[in-house]
Every structure is written in structure tokens, then in C-alpha cells.
Design a protein around this ligand. Structure first.
Ligand code: FE2
Ligand code: FE2
Length: 134
């Protein structure tokens, strides 16, 4: 079983973004499979990978929005910033041994992704597709 089941219906029809979402899901699923493992180094590696992917992904979406004068840029970016701050501080705390990856944490990552995708990312997809960008 996976934490997040992914299929083509999750696509927003922007190739680069869809690819990044899928990578994010794949790392989140690896963290889920690693849950309860003694291998702290592995959890740390995956958390860092998730953080780096998230940074890159948000930059990609933000660049696309800016370049195409997307009206909802600021509120969308605000959601990105909030999530990234949480993820970065969680990862730092984990490295300090002050935080553990739990089902609750993974569930919050999953919920964020699904909500954000449905409520925000999908809108950029429609907007950009309307401008002929895929
Ligand atoms: Fe987004
Ligand atoms: Fe996204």
C-alpha cells in the first residue's frame, strides 16, 4: 500500500509540473514505506530529498505564474511559503533529533498536497492551458 495513490487524473496538464508532482509523491511514498525503520540516515536522506524537490517545484510553478501574469500569484505563493517553512523546520528538527517522521506527519503532507493541488495548482493548469501552454 502507498501513502498516496497517483494516477493520470491527478495531472494538471502541464508536463513539467505533473512530473514534479509525481516525483514528490514517489518520495513521500518512500518515507511511508520507511516508517518505523531504524535507519535514521535513510529517513533523513528522504526528508532532504523531499525538501529539495519541493523548493524546485515551487520555483517552477512560481516562475510559470509570474511569466504568464497569473492573477492569483501572491496567494498561491503564500501557500507555498507556509508549507516550505514547515517542511524545512521539520527537517532541521529531525536532524537535531527533536522530531520523528510519524503517520500524522505524513498524513499532513498528503493532505496538504491533495488540497493544494485541487484548489490551487489545478487553476494554474486551466489558466496556462488556455494560453496554449502544456
Ligand atoms: Fe502550487
Ligand atoms: Fe504543485
Amino acid at each position: 500500500m502507498n501513502l498516496i495513490e497517483w494516477s493520470d487524473k491527478e495531472n494538471i496538464n502541464i508536463a513539467e509540473v505533473d512530473e514534479q508532482h509525481e516525483k514528490f509523491v514517489s518520495v513521500a511514498n518512500k518515507l511511508y514505506k520507511n516508517l518505523g525503520s531504524e535507519k535514521r540516515w535513510k529517513t533523513e536522506m528522504l526528508l532532504k530529498e523531499l525538501t529539495e524537490l519541493t523548493k524546485l517545484h515551487f520555483l517552477t510553478e512560481e516562475k510559470l505564474m509570474k511569466e504568464n501574469n497569473y492573477e492569483g500569484f501572491f496567494s498561491h505563493k503564500l501557500e507555498h511559503d507556509r508549507f516550505l517553512n514547515k517542511l524545512v523546520s521539520f527537517t532541521n528538527n529531525f536532524e537535531q533529533g527533536e522530531e520523528e517522521v510519524t503517520m500524522k506527519f505524513l498524513q499532513s503532507v498528503k493532505n496538504w498536497l491533495i488540497n493544494h493541488l485541487e484548489l490551487n495548482d489545478r487553476k494554474i493548469g486551466v489558466y496556462l492551458n488556455g494560453k496554449g501552454i502544456k
